[in-house]
Design a protein around this ligand. Structure first.
Ligand code: NDP
Length: 249
């Protein structure tokens, strides 16, 4: 007996069309913001430094500072004319050092930016999403969070932590049509990877099944899917964009 095909999924209507991308002034964040805007979303980028990227609205945002997060959301909501329906928590830093030599500052700054900053942004974003009874939270983690990496204990811990954050939010708010997912990029061509010594770059390339670094646009495409109405039943997932580097982890 063949089962009848199940009914088409119910999209999250009306469409979530407003987005805030943290660290959206350059690198992966800028690619995500540009891509979402091209797909028809109204996008505001959070900028810690520099000026607004061409064609995008921007608000000042230092994710280590709780007051700055609240002010940035307030300002973004004014620009967007309503709550942030899609949060892309992308701002992140590395302070690589071997465990034995890692300073308290290297540890604290990475956790404050990549983990505590994200939780605070999610907390503030949840207010508007709960009111709307819909929302998308997308956390930019890293392959390193699940795979591990020597010299990156602080960074890997912060990025692994985002999986727990997303899955807890998924369980807490999933019934309100709010999803929380993780995108885990591998090595992507940005300022963060440009400074790698050539021999380390070659070593990494040898372990990536795709045999190349990724493009920022490839991360943006994954984010666009998770932000879309069609992804309403994807919750608490980790979506790798890593050329196969981390598969199985
Ligand atoms: P970049 O270093 O190019 O950009 C980082 C962005 O985060 C910048 O906009 C930066 O602002 C912002 N930022 C850093 N600290 C803060 C802060 N305290 N408050 C607000 N904004 C802040 O990084 P990428 O574009 O390469 O990376 C983006 C995200 O993707 C990060 O979370 C990173 O960990 C992750 N990732 C990157 C990979 C890669 O290969 N590039 C691989 C896996 C994950 P400012 O311009 O002021 O410095």
């Amino acid at each position: 007996m063949s089962a009848a095909p199940s009914a088409a999924p119910t999209p999250d209507a009306p469409l979530g069309r407003t987005a805030l991308v943290t660290g959206g002034n350059r690198g992966i964040g800028l690619a995500i913001a540009t891509d979402l805007r091209a797909a028809g979303y109204r996008v505001v980028v959070g900028c810690r430094s520099g000026s607004a990227p061409e064609g995008l609205d921007a608000v000042p945002l230092e994710v280590q500072d709780p007051a700055s997060i609240v002010a940035a959301f307030d300002a973004a909501e004014k620009l967007l004319g309503g709550p942030v329906e899609i949060l892309v928590a992308n701002a992140g830093i590395t302070r690589d050092q071997l465990l034995l030599r890692m300073s308290d500052e290297d540890l604290d700054e990475v956790i404050a930016t990549n983990l505590a900053g994200v939780i605070r942004c999610a907390r503030r974003a949840s207010r508007g999403m709960l009111r709307l009874k819909r929302g998308r939270m997308i956390f930019i983690s890293s392959v390193v969070g699940l795979y591990g990496s020597p010299g990156q204990v602080n960074y890997a811990a912060s990025k692994a932590g985002l999986v727990g954050v997303a899955r807890s939010i998924a369980r807490e708010l999933g019934g309100r049509r709010i999803t929380a997912n993780v995108v885990a990029p591998g090595f992507i061509d940005t300022a963060m990877t440009a400074d790698l010594p050539p021999e380390r770059r070659d070593l990494y390339l040898a372990s990536i099944p795709a045999a190349r670094f990724g493009a920022t646009a490839e991360v943006a495409a994954a984010v666009r899917f998770l932000a879309s109405p069609e992804a309403g039943y994807v919750n608490g997932a980790v979506l790798p964009v890593d050329g196969g580097l981390g598969m199985g982890h």
